[in-house]
Design a protein around this ligand. Structure first.
Ligand code: SF4
Ligand code: SF4
Length: 165
């Protein structure tokens, strides 16, 4: 049976930041991704995790910061979302080192289960880049889908210990 996205899907990010913000969520990091981010900041791994991440169950997620939203509501930005550098844009301040979860959005397997789910994710996020701009081929989509599916599946990092700093 062919997938509903066999002819590819359009997606081009507008840097609105919506997928890095909103209700409380998780930005999962594999061990290698955590180490790469720690290196980027010149920090020992344990210090990086304590400052920028939290453990949820057995896995590490980046922290979120509470921000004001329209209508007086509160939302949660990824700790690395930068809303100040470029007016009107929300950019990833660690773009080259962002976790796989971020690199593969919006082509996550759960978003691709059906066209209806894809359209719903597009509406709820909301992600103005989904369905617009560059056409991504079926193969490109499958690579991202399967890369995300396996990312961070076997976490081994432990909470920071004082002697690791
Ligand atoms: S919600 Fe979509 S358009 Fe906005 S930053 Fe995320 S990927 Fe880009
Ligand atoms: S690491 Fe960057 S791309 Fe990923 S959620 Fe945070 S700000 Fe967004």
């Amino acid at each position: 049976m062919s997938e509903w996205y066999a002819d590819g899907l359009r997606f081009e990010c507008t840097s609105c930041g919506n997928c890095c913000s909103g209700p409380p969520g998780a930005v999962w990091m594999s061990d290698d991704e955590s180490r790469a981010l720690a290196e980027r900041f010149g920090l020992p791994l344990a210090v990086f995790l304590e400052k920028y991440a939290r453990k949820l169950g057995t896995r590490w997620s980046l922290n979120e910061v509470s921000v004001g939203m329209s209508g007086g509501r509160r939302g949660f930005d990824c700790v690395f979302l930068d809303r100040t550098k470029v007016p009107g844009k929300a950019l990833c301040s660690v773009y080259e080192s962002r976790p796989t979860q971020c690199r593969t959005w919006p082509f996550w397997s759960e978003n691709l289960d059906s066209e209806q789910i894809w359209e719903n994710v597009k509406r709820v996020t909301p992600c103005p880049g989904m369905g617009a701009g560059q056409l991504h081929t079926f193969v490109e989509i499958c690579i991202k889908r399967d890369t995300d599916r396996h990312a961070g599946a076997t976490p081994t990092l432990h909470p920071p210990e004082p002697d690791e700093r």
